[in-house]
Design a protein around this ligand. Structure first.
Ligand code: HEC
Length: 131
């Protein structure tokens, strides 16, 4: 009788512990009114843009702060088929706001330590948030 009771308890325990093990919902972003799952590259790009890269402190998504907004940057880069990674690697001249290039230049020392994949993730993030 005792054994049956213990068996019953463990079954009940297993059943509830399975239930509570909900899968975490994947984070979504809204693009053009549609929800889209964040790709791993997007998540990395966002993390770098707001964290290690410190880009967000000067670049808001849709309004100018210290630097131009991500929207404005991406609009010009798309129109002119610009090369963001080339710019971040100091191989391309500024095309958005050359008068304030000196302020942006202060980031290049830090950016030298970023891998190509990290820069690609930042570019993808900037691209996706403005679509
Ligand atoms: C201290 C403030 C500051 C920070 C931090 C900063 N930026 Fe900028 N950024 C600027 C300013 C000011 C401009 C406008 C000058 C210019 O166009 O080069 C600019 C311009 C740009 C441009 C357009 C360049 C062009 O062609 O004119 C890109 C792309 C850019 N930033 C990306 C980034 C990324 C990515 C980061 C993070 C790694 C970052 N910025 C961090 C201030 C900043």
């Amino acid at each position: 009788m005792k054994n049956i009771f213990i068996a019953f308890l463990s079954i009940a325990f297993l059943a509830t512990s399975c239930q509570s093990e909900k899968k975490p919902e994947k984070e979504k972003i809204v693009i053009g009114g549609k929800k889209k799952e964040k790709s791993p590259e997007f998540v990395l790009g966002e993390k770098l843009f707001k964290g290690k890269g410190n880009c967000y402190s000067c670049h808001r998504l849709d309004k100018k702060s210290v630097g131009p907004s991500v929207n404005d940057i991406m609009k010009i880069y798309k129109e002119q088929n610009g090369d963001i990674i080339g710019f971040l690697r100091q191989k391309k001249d500024p095309i958005v706001d050359p008068d304030n290039y000196a302020v942006m230049k202060t980031n290049f020392v830090r950016l030298e330590k970023f891998s190509d994949d990290e820069l690609k993730a930042i570019e993808l993030y900037m691209n996706e948030v403005t679509k």
